[in-house]
Design a protein around this ligand. Structure first.
Ligand code: PLP
Length: 462
């Protein structure tokens, strides 16, 4: 079997999956043990024909696949994959380019510079900002906070990358009460401690309160690393970034903004007012695999002070061949050395959408979230708990025991398989979360999903 035939057969398998993904049950009912058993067993002593391997993998994995590439997965914040991005990602694997450096891949390096410029313009950020393409929002937060840590300690005369934190001058870390868990995970990895932070109170929509931040800053005797967010993971609400930036900078601090999905609002003329002040941040983390709808894994970190960014990610060795002519050094901006050339898929997504296509994608998903909220809240005893400003909807099924009822409706909806929605706790209440982030979701997908959810709710009542 030639590689050509293998890839053609694999392409057929992929196309068959994509043809069916719209009508496939969305969640998987597979159980871990049986799945491991059917995929595994002892490894054959000798080789197996590649096509046999792929056909077995495709057939066996199928039951354990979740249709996140389809239009009705509304859990977490999950994007799909734009066709151009998928195709470019196939090429990235085929070309097997290491995005580490120009010498290893001039094309991967040039494409990162191109998407840096495009993304900064689309998001209304300074064209001077440095950019790293990381695995996602978590590593984006990690990298931005590492740059902030560098800067605050460098100003105090301390080289944290050389000396570590042993005996370092103190600085404060302020997060919102509503910061995403990945901010705390990043702080934990940076030696800044997840519990040592001061959490600033948020309002009823989950927005950091500037008055509370002002008060916390006024009590400090050290500089502060402040983490705000554009897009609360539950409500989609934006921290008042302009007011926050002013306070942080007046106090000589570093402002990091977690804009995993919400930062894309800045690419829409109709929604960019929500992200007002984003351009004032010192570092901004944004996900690619969520709302930009490129394949996993992909995220971006943008940093205003290129020196701080580069110093925090310093990675040099004598055998890293330098380019013969000046070029972007991809490895200066990310925690990894060797890595996938994620830039190709980003390039293809942005080029295929264009400026208007990206704005339309963000606006369409936000309109569909409104529609979801309207459809669900038209039914008795269904309450929408958030202002649906973006793509997130929080739903509560009220009644005698609303927490248990909401949890039961979520379970039923997941079992039903028409769509997939998850749950969370919001202000002490169990709620259903709906996130509309997939490029292929239509009005009829929303109507069909809302009907399925309401059917589940009706069954729960009876
Ligand atoms: C606001 C926010 N920040 C960070 C993340 C983490 O992103 P990732 O899962 O890409 O690491 C998420 C994921 O949902 C998010 O919603």
């Amino acid at each position: 079997m030639t590689t050509k035939l293998l890839l053609e057969r694999t392409c057929d398998i992929a196309n068959k999956y994509l043809d069916g993904v719209r009508e496939r049950r969305v969640g998987s009912l597979a159980e871990f043990g049986p799945l491991v058993q059917s995929l595994g067993g002892s490894l054959a002593a000798g080789p197996t024909e590649p096509l046999q391997v792929i056909e077995h993998l495709a057939e066996t994995a199928s039951q354990g696949l979740v249709a996140t590439a389809g239009p009705r997965h509304f859990g977490l914040v999950i994007g799909g994959v734009l066709p151009a991005a998928l195709a470019a990602d196939w090429l990235a694997s085929t070309w097997d380019q290491n995005a580490f450096s120009f010498v290893l891949s001039p094309a991967a390096t040039a494409v990162e510079e191109v998407v840096r410029q495009w993304l900064l313009e689309l998001l209304g950020l300074s064209p001077e900002m440095s950019m790293g393409i990381v695995t996602g929002g978590t590593m984006g937060n990690f990298t931005g906070l590492a740059a902030g840590r560098h800067m605050l300690l460098a100003r105090a005369g301390w080289e944290v990358e050389e000396q570590g934190l042993f005996g370092a001058p103190e600085f404060a870390v302020l997060t919102s009460d509503e910061s995403h868990m990945s901010v705390f995970a990043s702080l934990q990895m940076l030696g800044l401690g997840r519990s040592r932070v001061t959490r600033i109170a948020a309002d009823e929509q989950g927005r950091m309160r500037p008055d509370a931040l002002r008060e916390a800053l006024s009590r400090l005797t050290t500089p502060a690393l402040v983490c705000a967010q554009a897009g609360n993971v539950n409500t989609g609400a934006f921290d008042p970034l302009d007011a926050i930036a002013q306070l942080v900078h007046d106090a000589g601090g570093w402002l990091h903004v977690d804009g995993a999905f919400g930062a894309w609002a800045a690419a829409s003329p109709a929604l960019r007012h929500l992200a007002h002040g984003l351009s004032l941040a010192d570092s901004v983390s944004v996900d690619g695999h969520k709302w930009l709808n490129v394949p996993y894994d992909c995220g971006f970190i943008f940093v205003r002070d290129q020196n701080a960014h580069q110093a925090a990610m310093m990675l040099e060795a004598a055998y890293y061949a330098p380019p013969r002519t000046p070029a972007r050094a991809n490895h200066h901006w990310v925690p990894e050395a060797s890595r996938r050339s994620r830039g190709f898929a980003v390039y293809a997504a942005l080029r295929s959408l264009g400026r208007t296509g990206l704005a339309e994608l963000v606006e369409r998903c936000s309109r569909l979230a409104q529609r979801f909220a309207e459809r669900l809240s038209a039914a008795p005893n269904v309450r929408i708990l958030n202002d649906v400003v973006l793509n997130q909807v929080l739903v509560r099924f009220e009644g005698a025991n609303a927490d248990a009822r909401t949890a039961a409706v979520i379970r039923r909806a997941q079992d039903d398989g028409t769509c997939w929605v998850g749950g969370t706790t919001w202000h002490g209440m169990h709620v259903m979360r709906v996130s509309v982030s997939n490029w292929s979701t239509t009005e009829s997908d929303v109507d069909r999903s809302a009907e399925a959810i309401l059917r589940c709710a009706a069954m729960e009542r009876s």
